[in-house]
Design a protein around this ligand. Structure first.
Ligand SMILES: [Cu+2]
Length: 155
């Protein structure tokens, strides 16, 4: 079988790229011991609503302009609802879902996490600019998906 030399060149380049990428992945996995942070903290989806962690759903001041909040993402709302924090506040979000996979996205920030049933998602953000930020679910979760939207007001 004759292979045109351009085709041969592309096969070699393609194979080399694949080998390089797989090598990087292998080094990250086995040498640097890197992996997705899943399984870090788990929770039984059936007990999310009754759990102590999510019982006190509200902003808790834990320091100077530092807040913690445990939120439940469920069909089809985020609990608690709209939030309000002063400018410059750092908010530590802890999230869980009692039903299906939801998304937790806050517009104009880097916050964008999946809330997977059985897992606890944690993310923090410092709100340096005032305004009204939209919190929304960006994982299609059912017929009421579009109603999953709250706001966090920073002023
Ligand atoms: Cu949702």
């Amino acid at each position: 079988m004759r292979i045109h030399h351009y085709e041969k060149l592309w096969l070699i380049i393609g194979s080399l790229i694949l080998i390089i990428f797989l090598s990087i992945l292998a080094v990250q996995t086995f040498v640097l011991d890197m992996g997705p942070p899943s399984h870090a903290e788990t929770i039984d989806p059936q007990s999310v609503r009754e759990s102590e962690l999510f019982a006190n759903t509200g902003l808790q001041e834990v320091g100077d302009k530092e807040y913690e909040i445990a939120m439940i993402a469920e069909m089809f709302a985020f609990r608690p609802g709209d939030l309000e924090v002063p400018v410059g506040s750092t908010v530590h979000f802890t999230l869980a879902s009692p039903d299906v996979t939801h998304g937790f996205k806050i517009t104009d920030t880097n916050i964008n996490v999946m809330v997977v049933p059985g897992h606890i998602s944690k993310i923090s953000h410092t709100f340096d600019e005032s305004g009204e930020y939209l919190i929304l679910c960006n994982e299609y979760c059912g017929l009421g998906h579009e109603y999953m939207a709250n706001t966090i007001t920073v002023k």
